[in-house]
Design a binder for this molecule. Structure first.
Ligand code: SF4
Length: 351
């Protein structure tokens, strides 16, 4: 298996949800509105890679994950797992692929059943997917998974209940539950955002160690760009359902080609009381996905916006080797940020 092998390919994925009509709207027979949750999104996750999806709430990143898991069907586009289009498969055919694509949810307090023991939680998928033929085999697999998430010795945890564990330990149980099925990719939806800051690094290190040991791929959803810079290989930034920038995480976070990425990076708090205050560089709020702005969806908030931005949608295109951005003025934007400016060259137009 080559390291360049694509494990998950999201190809022109679009997901719209219809908004439930009120009683009066139903009477007036007004056309139903659609939420453009994900709009023509494409990316690939290679074997052993950590691919990050970042953006504010409402950007569509969680919908991408839910659709990639086939918890909801795409409106259009496809989801290919190792070349097989799982978005066209029946539930019966999908069963074969479910163990290979696993998820770790954001909240370890809600994602594990408090009445079950750790053994029951971690082994449940083995029985559901008929991957073991005896209890001894299940114990063996659960023990290995607990060891991999560094809950050791596993015998000490196996008969405990979730309330006896800390938040970080519960999230490790959730990771073990995914791992025990021997997945090829784990979708981690903000896996540490509900945890105490002091234990976030530990849980991230567990995920990275597993990636190293088992060669699995990770699709990590996050709004934490500081974390992305250190942990993620390839990073895509989403805004109102679209990818606006994509490239190697270190480069994307250091000097972006898209003003929205810059606004996100500038908003990252620095743990230094002497450091300048957090700068907020995108004016206003993220717009609704029901009627996204015309042209470039970021134009009402963008310090670089010009007339064309409201009229013409910029395509996501390669602007430098391995770097992609959806901005009519990506070169000028990059140049300004390279010079430490927050707005167009010559204006230093900070908000
Ligand atoms: Fe800003 Fe225009 Fe680029 Fe959109 S296309 S990010 S509005 S400069």
């Amino acid at each position: 298996m080559s390291d360049d092998e694509v494990v998950l390919k999201i190809d022109h994925l679009t997901k719209y949800f219809s908004v439930r009509k009120s009683f009066l709207q139903a009477l007036s027979r007004s056309a139903s509105q659609m939420v453009h949750a994900v709009d023509d999104v494409s990316f690939e996750v290679k074997k052993g890679e950590v691919f990050g999806l970042a953006g504010e709430s409402g950007s569509g990143k969680t919908t991408v994950v839910r659709t990639a898991l086939m918890l909801t069907r795409p409106t259009s586009g496809s989801i290919l797992f190792k070349g097989q289009d799982i978005s066209r498969m029946s539930q019966r055919m999908l069963k074969k692929y479910r163990p290979k694509i696993q998820i770790v949810f954001q909240d370890p307090y809600e994602s594990v059943n408090p009445r079950m023991t750790i053994f029951e939680i971690v082994s449940e998928g083995l029985y559901v997917n008929r991957l073991v033929s005896s209890r001894a085999e299940a114990i063996d697999k659960v023990t290995k998974a607990l060891r991999d998430v560094q809950l050791t010795p596993p015998e000490e945890y196996i008969n405990r209940h979730p309330h006896e564990l800390s938040g970080g330990q519960r999230q490790r149980v959730a990771i073990a539950r995914a791992l025990v099925l021997d997945p090829e990719i784990v979708l981690a939806d903000e896996p540490v955002s509900m945890l105490d800051v002091s234990i976030r690094a530990e849980v991230i290190n567990v995920l990275l160690a597993i990636r190293q040991k088992r060669g699995i791929s990770i699709l990590m959803v996050t709004h934490d760009l500081a974390l992305s810079k250190d942990v993620v290989d390839e990073l895509a930034i989403m805004y109102v359902g679209k990818i606006v920038e994509k490239g190697p995480a270190q480069q994307v976070v250091s000097i972006p080609y898209h003003p929205y990425t810059h606004a996100l990076t500038a908003a990252v708090p620095v743990p230094d009381p002497e450091a300048p205050k957090v700068r907020v560089l995108a004016k206003g709020e993220i717009p609704t996905n029901i009627s996204p702005p015309s042209g470039c969806r970021f134009h009402p908030r963008c310090p670089f916006a010009q007339a064309v931005c409201a009229e013409k949608e910029p395509p996501l295109e390669e602007v430098a080797p391995g770097r992609f951005a959806a901005c009519h003025f990506s070169k000028e934007v990059h140049e300004a940020f390279s010079k430490g400016l927050d707005g167009p060259v010559g204006s230093n137009a900070a908000f």
